[in-house]
Design a protein around this ligand. Sequence first.
Ligand code: OAD
Length: 243
Amino acid sequence: MPGLDLAGDWVTRAASVAVLTGAGISAESGVPTFRGPSGLWRRFRPEDLATPEAFARDPRLVWEWYNWLRQRMAAARPNAAHFALVKLEARIARFTLITQNIDGLHERAGSAKILKLHGDIWRLRCMSCGADWPDRRATLPKLPPHCSCGGLARPDIVWFGEPLPVGVLRAAERAVTNAELLLVIGTAAQVYPAAGLIPLGKASGAKVVEINTEDTPFSGIADFALRGKAGELLPQLVERASR
Ligand code: OAD
């Protein structure tokens, strides 16, 4: 594929690379995406499950949904795309991985530096005292879970209508602003402020390479849009850049 050669050349030459990933990078691991024909938001309404209002209304129902997601995500294994990014991180001195994913598959693959824009399903946070802690059990035994202070615990993730962790967002903005190359992988680029990182990188002079099975609102501004599965294209891209 000539596009892969060209993009591989850009990766080889770039002194700084930022990567933005979305649910599509985990699709081949068996984690459902949010949008698209078999996306979660086709079957469930985000306003019933992924908002602070929904949690205030019915914390148990919301936790049952996240417990189900935890089971799906715990059963998944990182795929070739996650591993390709680990290789890339080792090769590029200034490398930043920014993810919208809460599934933890980048860490499990071995990526070290990860900016998690939307939090982490494997962490819980107390609604009363604000403490947060890891909990990697695939299924939480008692719903809704509580903190040792007695307060109600929530998943430590960002819900619709909530701000992103400000330090993480600023770091992501810095990374795309300073990047010579921005790889955008498996995101429908419809959720802000994450999607806004793409035009920000482009406006700051980064070459933008998109890997997605479909067109997105930002395919038009990408310097190259590679159409296909991340688990197939990304290892080929990284392999070309390693020659
Ligand atoms: P989406 O589910 O909206 O988009 C997934 C994208 O991945 C689509 O553009 C697909 O075409 C593409 N895709 C699917 N399979 C692929 C594959 N094998 N290789 C490459 N691309 C593939 O997921 P996000 O854009 O990540 O919010 O969604 C953004 C946010 O919306 C999520 O972080 C989540 C959700 O509500 C929170 O969890 C807070």
